[in-house]
Design a protein around this ligand. Structure first.
Ligand code: URP
Ligand code: ZN
Ligand code: ZN
Ligand code: ZN
Length: 523
């Protein structure tokens, strides 16, 4: 196949229908603890032709069925990563993981579906959609798309409608940062929010004050701070009060998060804040949710598992691999985000997987502003979230399924086809052994990147088997993937987040006083 031109150590390729991918289209998973978001139970799971047929104890099958013993292990829905950038072009270069290598890495880590961000091509959403369908044609797992809105006019408005009604897209992302590139202003955000509401599509924001980020970056360069640490220092989550040198916990990420929440509340439409990286942004979301506003907060693995110290590493290559936006924060933000996730203030975990290798990151050797932004995570998410959140005792296995899979499926309106182990659901399943352990290193990971931000990290809990679309694609530390076997998943509008929105609108209208009747002065 075409993909063989790439040297991906440890990946065995198959052609569709060549039989390499699994010995059988019938699989029985015996004796495991089946975990769904609402409960766990000991049961067998029987799969045929990509669909879960039965979930119950003691299923008997014939000898044409592949049997996997899951005794003492957890059988869970495959992970769904709501936030990835595969084969993304940042204007200068293209990220190192394309749909095939990124998805292969995902499958090795127990993720069986991802939702990637489409960028318009020459301003056209339709052209962007077609370009991404092409990028994704070698997919080895299921995927969906979000669409990015980078400008506003009648054509964009019309194309948003086409995306929702004809192309299976139910979410649109707005960048409040990356000035001079994809950043939009409040006027465009408001137009977009109104349009999203009318279509039943979810508005998503990258929330940072882009003008201030731009200014902060210039300030660092003028001060001679040109290395990766300048990235963090240019847009901190705190600022000093000149009055008493106390730290004031509201800065560029919290401000934009608050502004987006305000505008979404004004329009009365649900809002999804991507990559919540700091306490200030998280607290804006907490406050809005307490007041009853429909705001979803997505932390990503790097924000939960890392702190900013890597950006100060004396080795440029090591430091540069941690550059992403919003920046990975000082120690303490990670723990606070974990706590917010465990208490439901934040709802689901993504990765923002956007990988560049060392030579690509080296574009910014003399100026941190030119370091391509992004970190890995698509392969590591399921392991790290298990270790940090479940193994540590912060959440249950059922909560783990909710934050890695089920809630994503509900928000993007594909539940229970995805995100559940029910009869009739897609056979995207993982077997996790809680007594086994994992170790992360660039030497053995499946991304094409030559570095890994989690290098050397070990933890408890290992995904031993991944089943995607009814095929065993990961077993005994070996990948057996089939280019072209992944399907595009259309996501319908009006998810549960829109239920009752119209009632809120009606309440608002009836709360307005009737217009004051005034007499003309000549009367
Ligand atoms: O640094 C990042 N996050 N790169 C990917 C683009 C984005 O902002 O999500
Ligand atoms: Zn090779
Ligand atoms: Zn972003
Ligand atoms: Zn992103």
């Amino acid at each position: 196949s075409e993909s063989n031109q790439f040297c991906d150590a440890g990946i065995e390729y198959g052609e569709p229908g060549c039989g390499i991918s699994s010995s059988s289209s019938k699989i029985l998973i015996k004796g495991g603890t089946v975990v769904n978001a609402h409960k766990e139970e000991v049961a067998d799971v029987y799969v045929e032709d990509g669909i879960i047929i039965a979930v119950k104890p003691n299923i008997k099958v014939g000898d044409d069925v592949t049997v996997l013993d899951a005794t003492g292990k957890f059988v869970m829905p495959g992970g769904i990563d709501p936030h990835t950038h595969l084969a993304v072009e940042n204007g200068v270069l293209e990220s190192i993981d394309d749909f095939f290598s990124g998805q292969a890495a995902a499958l090795a880590g127990g993720t069986t579906m991802h939702i990637d961000f489409v960028f318009p091509v020459r301003g056209s959403l339709t052209a962007g959609f077609e370009a991404y369908k092409k990028k994704a044609k070698n997919s080895c797992m299921d995927y969906g798309f979000h669409m990015t809105i980078t400008k506003w006019d009648e054509v964009v408005s019309k194309e948003m409608e086409i995306m929702v009604k004809e192309k299976g897209i139910n979410s649109f992302k707005f960048f409040m940062a990356y000035k001079g590139a994809v950043m939009i202003n409040d006027e465009i955000l408001l137009e977009g929010l109104k349009k999203c509401k009318s279509l039943g599509a979810l508005a998503m924001v990258h929330a940072e004050n882009g003008d201030a980020v731009y200014e902060g970056q210039k300030r660092m360069i003028e001060l001679g701070i040109i290395g990766p640490e300048g990235h963090a220092l240019s847009r901190p989550p705190m600022r000093f009060s000149l009055h008493d040198l106390a730290l004031i916990p509201l800065q560029l990420e919290g401000e934009a998060t608050s502004r987006a929440i305000c505008l979404a509340g004004f329009v009365n439409t649900p809002l999804y804040v991507v990559h919540v990286m700091s306490i200030d942004a998280m607290e804006e979301i907490a406050t809005a949710r307490k007041q009853g506003q429909r705001v979803i907060g997505e932390p990503i693995v790097s924000g939960l598992a890392l702190d900013e110290s890597g950006l100060w590493d004396p080795d440029f290559v090591t430091a540069a691999k941690f550059v992403m936006s919003p920046p990975i924060r000082a120690s303490g933000h990670d723990k606070a985000l974990q706590a917010a996730l465990s208490t439901g203030i934040l709802q689901l975990v993504g990765t923002d997987h956007a990988t560049y290798n060392s030579t690509q990151k080296a574009l910014g050797i003399d100026d941190f502003r030119k370091i391509p932004n992004g970190v890995n995570g698509i392969e590591e998410r399921m392991h790290l979230v298990w270790d940090i959140m479940v193994e540590s005792g912060q959440i249950s296995a059922t909560d783990y399924v909710r934050i890695t899979s089920t809630e994503c499926a509900r928000i993007f309106n594909i539940y229970p086809r995805k995100g559940a182990i029910f009869p009739g659901s897609d056979a995207d399943i993982i077997i996790l052994n809680p007594n086994s352990s994992f170790e992360i290193t660039a030497k053995s990971h499946h991304s094409r990147s030559d570095t890994n931000v989690y290098e050397g990290r070990r933890g408890k809990g290992k995904v031993e088997v991944t089943i995607a679309g009814g095929r065993i694609v990961w077993e005994n530390d070996e990948l057996k993937v089939v280019p072209g076997s992944g399907k595009y998943v259309e996501m319908p509008p009006f998810s549960y987040l829109f239920n009752g929105i119209d009632k809120g609108d009606a309440k608002y209208l009836s709360s307005l006083q009737a217009p004051v009747k005034r007499f003309k002065s000549t009367d």
